[in-house]
Every structure is written in C-alpha cells, then in structure tokens.
Design a protein around this ligand. Structure first.
Ligand code: ADP
Ligand code: MG
Length: 344
C-alpha cells in the first residue's frame, strides 16, 4: 500500500535561510543592539540614542544622526549579504568598519517586527519601511530628520524555541546595560543616551574626554579612582585608563578592551592585564581597565566569529608583552613607588 515517502533534497527558500542564519547573528536582545549601534557608528553618527523596554525583548529603538540610507537602497539593505562596506574578499584584510558581513538587518528582520525610518542629507524626504518575519510590509516616503531610526518589536515572536532560551527581562536588560556602557567608553567621541523602561540611565557628552565618560557611565567613585594609560611602539598605541586598587570588582565587568574602536573579548589581553595587577589585587578580584589598542588592521583577524567579538592577533606574544609592560609601568609610577605621587 502506502510506501514511506523518501525525502527529496531541496534548496531552502530565502526566508527559511534567513531564519536559520539569524540564529548565528541574533542570539538575544543584546546582539540586536550590538548590530544596530555598530551600524550607527559605521554611519558616522555623533549622537546615538538607545531605548529598550522589557530587557529589549519587546522593544528596542536606536536613533542616530548618521548618513542615513538612500531611499532606493533601503529594501536592498535587508537582503542577506547586502553591504555597502566591502566589495571583495581582499577588502577583508583591511576592515575598519564594524560591520561588513551584511547579515544583521536581514537576520533581525527575519525574527521580529521591524520598522526603519531613514533619510540622507541629500534627500528631501526619507523612507519608512516595515518588515515582519522577513516580509516587507509598508514602504512609504515620509518627512523625517537626517539619520536613521531603527525600531524592533517582539524578538523571536516566530521562533518560540529560541524565545524560550532568553533570560528574564532583567537579566537581558543587564547584559544590554553592560554592553552599551562599554560601547560608550569605546567611543568617547560619540554622545550616547541610554533609556531603559522610560528611565534615562546615562548620557555621555561625546567630547572625547574618557575620564568624563567614565564619570557619566559609572559615576563619581569610578572616575575618582582612575589614571591615564599611554604607551606607544612601532605601529601600536595603547591608551586608556587604569583603576587603582580601590576600584576592583568580583567579576570582569570592569575590564574593557577595544581594538581600533571595536569592543572585543580577549583572553590574551585579560591575561596581560591580570598578570600586571597580580600583586596588587586580591585573588578573586578584578581591576578596572579601559584599554584602547590601535594597530594596523592587517595584523589582526576579526572575522573569527559572526558576532565579531573575538580577534586573532598575528603577534600574540608581542601584544601581551606590550600591554603587560605599559600597565606595569603606569602602576609602578602610581602605586608601587608612592614617593612619586607625593612629589607631583
Ligand atoms: P553590514 O553592517 O555588515 O554592512 P547590515 O545588515 O548591518 O550589514 O546593514 C546593511 C547595510 O545597511 C549597511 O551596509 C549600510 O549600508 C546600511 N545601514 C544599516 N544601518 C544603517 C544606519 N544606521 N545608517 C546608515 N546606513 C545603515
Ligand atoms: Mg551591520
């Protein structure tokens, strides 16, 4: 009678491909925010406002005053692998923009309700586009300010299995707060405003002053207990702020690493920092460090993982030594030889 049906091999449709791939880029509300805010930075925004509700699960809005998207390109921007940032594989060798994979908008729109409002300074009117579960809905010309507003609602509404894996709205919210704090410190040249459940959590001035940004993001105690870090050697500069021994934490939330403006995680840098502080902080405590490394992009690889949070260094040992020495030098000057302080 009825034979068991042999499955056929078929190419998946674009919508299904986007939904599967969204899993790589969009893990949680914070990953959506990372992609959106990085797009604003790539668009040369000098002011970025982030609003979230319910830990970003129900509502995220990012507003920037960047270059905007030309009207006729708005729908293309939502296609997978659509990017204005690189053209060939060789360009990967020298990526300076935060984005380049052209996956974020397509992925986010595949698993939520999205609304985009954008206008370039060359256009007289802007464009408003709604995309839900990967399907383009309303697309209309509207009057709006220069720049881009991206609104996302109901993350994973059409992927219940993923929604289940999200934490509570307060734990998702905490991840976002940690991320946006780091980002504001990565970019003291940009004014950030962060609003959670209608409450303003911080505003930074965007006047390049890193210590002031620490004050605005983490408060007075933190700003009082940091000292500047600066070192430079053939092609690498290492700048930032170092906390003294009063400013330690029981977790690594106060360790901030930035490479060419990109917020990253790095066990190598973590080791260099913690080794430098070893004799100064108690076991189980971690220092406050804000480390900006500027180096030739050809000496690192950021295309290690879709989230671009990891970096591979070509010269690991050299980077370790440089960071370790730079920090040790500053700490000696400020702590281990207190006379220097008294004489200042
Ligand atoms: P990627 O950032 O990797 O290029 P995305 O999917 O994040 O890919 O964005 C696709 C394209 O949409 C970008 O290359 C850019 O041209 C445009 N875009 C996205 N967000 C913004 C924004 N806030 N301002 C201006 N252009 C944007
Ligand atoms: Mg992007």
């Amino acid at each position: 009678e009825r034979r068991e049906k042999v499955s056929e091999i078929k190419l998946l449709d674009t919508h299904t491909i986007n939904k599967i791939a969204a899993g790589e880029v969009v893990e949680r509300p914070c990953s959506v925010i990372k992609e959106l805010v990085e797009n604003s930075i790539d668009a040369k925004a000098s002011s970025i406002t982030l609003e979230i509700k319910q830990g970003g699960i129900d509502f995220i809005r990012v507003t920037d005053n960047g270059v905007g998207i030309p009207k006729e390109e708005v729908e293309v921007a939502f296609l997978r692998h659509a990017t204005s940032k690189i053209e060939t594989a060789e360009d990967l060798q020298k990526v300076l923009t935060l984005g380049f994979r052209g996956e974020a908008l397509a992925s986010i729109a595949a698993v939520s309700h999205v609304e985009l409002l954008t206008k370039t300074s060359q256009d007289l009117t802007g464009k408003r586009l709604e995309v839900s579960g990967g399907k383009i809905g309303i697309s209309e010309e509207v009057a709006c300010p220069n720049g881009t507003t991206f609104m996302m609602r109901h993350l994973f509404y059409n992927v219940p299995a993923r929604k289940e894996f999200l934490g509570s709205s307060s734990s998702e919210g905490a991840k976002i707060t940690d991320y946006i704090s780091r980002l504001a410190l990565a970019h003291p040249e940009i004014s950030f405003k962060y609003i959670q459940n209608n409450k303003l959590l911080f505003t930074t001035s965007g006047n390049h002053d890193l210590t002031q940004a620490v004050l605005q993001v983490y408060g007075k105690e933190a700003a009082k207990n940091v000292m500047p870090l600066y070192d430079e050697e053939e092609g690498i500069t290492c700048t930032g702020l170092l906390g003294n021994t009063l400013l330690t934490r029981a977790n690594r939330n106060y360790e901030h690493f930035f490479i060419n403006g990109r917020t990253i995680k790095s066990t190598l840098l973590q080791r260099a920092v913690e080794d430098a502080y070893k004799t100064l902080v108690m076991v189980g405590k971690f220092p406050f460090v804000l480390l900006h490394l500027t180096l030739d992009p050809a000496t690192i690889d950021v295309n290690v993982h879709p989230t671009k949070m990891q970096v591979r260094f070509r010269e690991e040992e050299r980077i370790y030594q440089m960071v370790y020495k730079a920090i040790t030098k500053e700490l000696r000057k400020n702590h281990l030889v207190p006379e220097v302080l008294k004489n200042q």
